[in-house]
Design a protein around this ligand. Structure first.
Ligand code: KIV
Length: 272
């Protein structure tokens, strides 16, 4: 029997909080288009992140900086059309929320109104406090992002592990507490020592979602193109590849090309 959309128990911030409270891990993955989001939702993913990593894996940029708000909205619209159950978080792209909380609210409202997404994510701690406050004041759920924050890559200079030193770790702990106190519903922790991931997850009551932040976070997130092996030359220690799709797709396309060249495709059964 098929289940009507309205009968499906949708994932909400309330449900995510309940998962943390019960010790049930949260599974999150990035998606940027309808077809992939449809598969992930059917598989039972809890959260889809329409990440600004779209700038890398969809558009081929070296960093996440070039992607625009319009482009993020386009990706988010495609994902929202696909899902029945999961919670959808959309990244506010670089330059749309830093330093001007009114602009931040405008950007977040555009995402919510034009895509139908459920929440936004933005990178940083104390530096973006005013933006987070203003977005939250409009009733828009906000997810924080601490540790390695790729929009600041030119400040960091490298994509290496963050907060290994005591001072940076202390600031991260302080920022995490602040994000919770402001009213964020969750925080992504990217590429920090596992010990610090555990410390943050125990310190705060809202869910932490790790990517290279150890097993004690309340959930995990990966860029789907990495998990599926569509990207090939990216081998961080935290990544587990569940498929080698680059090779599988390349093999299928090579097979197709050779069938076309050999006039083996289309066959008698594949024509009208
Ligand atoms: O944009 C993205 O994919 C992200 C994840 C790495 C958490 O922010």
């Amino acid at each position: 029997m098929s289940v009507a959309k309205k009968d499906i128990k949708k994932v909400t911030t309330h449900i995510l909080q309940g998962m943390k409270n019960r010790g049930e891990k949260i599974a999150m993955l990035t998606a940027y288009d309808y077809s992939m989001a449809r598969i992930f939702d059917a598989a039972g993913i809890d959260i889809i992140l329409v990440g600004d990593s779209a700038s890398n894996v969809m558009a081929g940029h070296e960093t996440t900086l070039p992607i625009t708000l319009d482009q993020m909205i386009y990706h988010a619209q495609s994902v929202i059309r696909a899902i029945d159950r999961c919670f959808v978080v959309v990244d506010l792209p670089f330059g749309t929320y830093q330093g001007d909380s009114k602009m931040a609210l405008k950007s977040a409202i555009r995402i919510m109104k034009e895509s139908g997404a459920h929440s936004v994510k933005l990178e940083g701690g104390a530096e973006v406090k005013d933006s987070i406050k203003r977005i939250l004041s409009a009733g828009i759920p906000v997810m924080g992002h601490l540790g390695l924050t790729p929009q600041s890559i030119y400040k960091f200079g490298t994509y290496t592990v963050r907060a290994k030193e005591e001072e940076e770790a202390a600031k991260l702990l302080q920022d995490a507490k602040m994000l919770q106190n402001l009213g964020c519903f969750g925080i992504v922790l990217e590429k920090i020592p596992a010990k610090l991931g555990k410390q943050v997850s125990e310190l705060i009551d809202i869910p932490t979602i790790g990517i290279g932040a150890g097993p004690d976070c309340d959930g995990q997130v990966l860029v789907s193109h990495d998990l599926l092996g569509i990207t090939k030359d990216f081998h961080p220690r935290f990544l587990r590849r569940y498929l080698e799709l680059f090779d599988a797709i390349k093999g299928a396309v090579e097979h197709y090309i050779s069938d076309v060249k050999a006039v083996d495709f289309p066959s008698d059964k594949e024509q009208y």
